[in-house]
Design a protein around this ligand. Structure first.
Ligand code: NAG
Ligand code: NAG
Ligand code: NAG
Ligand code: NAG
Length: 326
């Protein structure tokens, strides 16, 4: 019995020595790795949006695991203090969905820790995340990892022929049967997609020019980071109003009218000028002729007519007055 105990004690001691030897110096430590989207293309390693799965890996080593537990903490932009999101006892490393540990093979008292959670709130936006190793006597922290700004796919707009296109644009009127759809300026790779009549027009670039467009409903969209999972689209009625020949004709008419009016004004001014100069020279010639001699018999007739008219007018007025008195 004492022999068994002694052997067990020696074995335990050897295990401890082995642990120290494999880790250099085994100590109480918590390490949290940087957040990295290995599932996405290189340019998107810091891409994160609401409803994404956040996976973070870390490692802890402890001299004594019996009462030790590891917690994951988060401090949002609004909060002043770190808040514990979840924790697990190292002696009970059960596989769980959100936050769990797994003992490392051949490395006693060393554990992998995994956070595997859904970004279900804005609290993760640019939040600081860290591990807290809770021991009997003290707590040990990892360094903070800062999460990226949460990307909001709904706040992104497209441009159609240089004009902003958002969900508020239900109808877009174009003056030509081709249009160019472009991604917004983003630091992530972006592709535009045009859905028309059951066809999908998709490009590997940020812009796409659609020719032979017609007046009809289009679905115009984009996706980022090479994943259809990160996409958004707008349904719009594209209304094509081509410059009609009638409209061109009316502008032609306006030009002609303007030219005619100018010509008329010029003609009238010339006529007035000519008339004045003729009158001037006539006055000069008439100096020795008497005014009465100028009158023709026709003029006399007119004079008599006018006199008769005014006489009849005053007589009717007088008769009206008389009528009123009676
Ligand atoms: C996230 O998921 C919820 C529920 O599944 C859904 O209602 C919401 O629209 C999603 N939000 C985004 C930004 O995808
Ligand atoms: C994270 O959880 C999902 C299910 O919720 C699972 O499919 C996935 O394998 C998990 N990933 C890790 C690294 O634990
Ligand atoms: C995303 O942007 C849209 C439009 O700007 C806004 O209405 C929505 O609240 C935003 N969502 C989040 C989670 O910030
Ligand atoms: C969409 O609507 C906004 C605001 O009404 C407007 O400024 C913009 O030009 C519209 N875009 C297009 C493509 O018509």
């Amino acid at each position: 019995m004492t022999q068994v105990l002694a052997i067990t004690a020696i074995l335990l001691l050897e295990l401890r020595i082995f642990a120290i030897w494999t880790n250099g110096v085994l100590q109480n430590e918590a390490v949290l790795n940087d957040y990295d989207r290995k599932d996405l293309v290189e340019e998107c390693k810091d891409f994160l949006t609401l409803n994404d799965t956040l996976v973070m890996n870390g490692e802890v080593s402890v001299l004594e695991s019996e009462n030790a537990n590891i917690a994951i903490m988060r401090k949002s932009l609004q909060e002043k203090e770190f808040v514990e999101i979840d924790y697990v006892f190292l002696s009970k490393c059960l596989f769980r969905t959100n936050f769990y540990c797994t003992p490392k093979k051949n490395q006693p008292n060393v554990y992998d820790v995994v956070l595997n959670t859904t970004i279900n709130s804005r609290r993760y936006d640019q939040a600081k995340i860290k591990l807290k190793l809770q021991l009997d006597k003290r707590d040990i922290y990892s360094k903070d990892v800062v999460l990226p700004k949460l990307f909001n796919l709904s706040s992104v707009h497209l441009t159609i022929d240089g004009l902003k296109l958002t969900s508020t644009n239900k109808t877009v009127t174009l003056e030509s049967n081709s249009f160019t759809l472009c991604c917004p300026p983003l630091r992530y790779p972006c592709n535009v997609v045009v859905f028309a009549e059951g066809h999908v027009h998709e490009t590997r670039s940020k812009c796409y020019t659609h020719t032979t467009a017609q007046t009809m409903n289009y679905r115009l969209g984009f996706f980022v980071c090479g994943s259809e999972h990160y996409s958004n689209h707008f349904d719009v009625l594209i209304n094509i109003v081509l410059q009609s020949p009638a409209a061109e004709g009316s502008t032609f008419t306006i030009v002609i009218i303007v030219v005619l009016v100018i010509a008329l004004i010029l003609l009238v001014s010339i006529l007035i000028y000519v008339y004045r100069s003729i009158r001037k020279s006539k006055k000069h010639n008439d100096i020795n002729v008497s005014p009465t001699a100028k009158r023709s018999p026709k003029d006399k007739d007119n004079e008599v007519k006018i006199q008769l008219e005014s006489a009849s007018m005053s007589s009717t007025k007088a008769s009206k007055r008389r009528g009123k008195k009676q």
